[in-house]
Ligand binder design. Structure first.
Ligand code: 4GM
Length: 245
């Protein structure tokens, strides 16, 4: 899958995507991250990409021409792509959106700086406005890198072990993940739950399901209402007092 990123700081996106499983997928050529800076499309001698807001107020706004030309330059190099603008005003990003984006051949991510971008950029070139959540970053680059990571790891072949994408929190049922343990069995007086050492795979699966249900109902009850629980799930949720929240 190919990602195009329109950013005034191309190195910052590369620094975040060139590591870990996504970095290795980029090395193998399974994922491509191509960047384009509006700065290179500014025509004046100071390479100006922003200006003061009409109507007054603090900060600067990215002007239409350099950013729209940068988007066009990426479109010319990539397969037909949707343009996603990362902003706090967007629809909230979630696993279902990541799944939908991962089914595309390519995606262009537009990063804002300053107070944001001239609305005519959005009107002319943006297909979807997406937010990571209700907080403000100094630029869209960290949000774009998060979207690239969440989407790329769903592309077949990118993760080493294909089942780990399926088993993730949210993946199949929209529930939070169960707790995980590894060695040692006893750490500073804290024991691993004995069922995980039992070798009883049915009991382990049931315990994990129950922990996922209990965690979700305590931490994110709104997710439980959305997911349709089986009768077995409802029984698990009622049965035992949880070991942790
Ligand atoms: C638009 C306006 C995304 C974009 C002002 C980007 C938070 C998110 C920016 C801006 C961003 C988010 C860039 N901040 N919640 N900052 O996904 O500063």
């Amino acid at each position: 899958m190919k990602f195009g990123v329109v950013t005034l700081f191309p190195e910052s996106v590369a620094a975040l995507t060139d590591i870990g499983v996504i970095g290795r997928a980029i090395e193998r050529g399974e994922v491509v991250v191509d960047t384009e800076s509006p700065r290179g499309h500014a025509h004046d001698k100071h390479r100006t990409v922003d200006d003061r807001p009409f109507g007054g107020g603090p900060g600067m706004v990215m002007t239409p021409q350099p950013t729209l030309d940068a988007i066009q330059a990426l479109k010319a190099r990539l397969p037909p792509s949707k343009v996603i603008y990362l902003s706090p005003q967007g629809a909230v990003f979630d696993q279902a959106m990541a799944q939908r984006f991962s089914e595309m051949d390519s995606l262009i991510l537009l990063c804002g700086r300053y107070e944001g971008i001239d609305e005519r950029i959005t009107e002319r070139a943006v297909d979807e406005e997406v937010s990571l959540g209700d907080f403000v970053l100094s630029g869209g680059e960290v949000a774009a890198a998060a979207v690239i990571d969440a989407v790329a790891r769903l592309v077949p072949g990118v993760l080493g072990h294909p089942e780990s994408a399926v088993q993730d929190s949210f993946a199949d049922d929209g529930l939070l993940d169960h707790p995980h343990y590894t060695r040692p069995e006893l750490y500073d007086g804290m024991a691993v739950p004995s069922v995980l050492l039992s070798g009883d795979h049915k009991a382990i699966a049931m315990w994990r399901r129950q922990q996922a249900l209990l965690r979700t109902s305590r931490r994110r009850p709104e997710l439980i209402e959305e997911s349709t629980l089986s009768e077995a799930d409802k029984a698990l949720l009622k049965k035992i007092e949880p070991t942790q929240g």
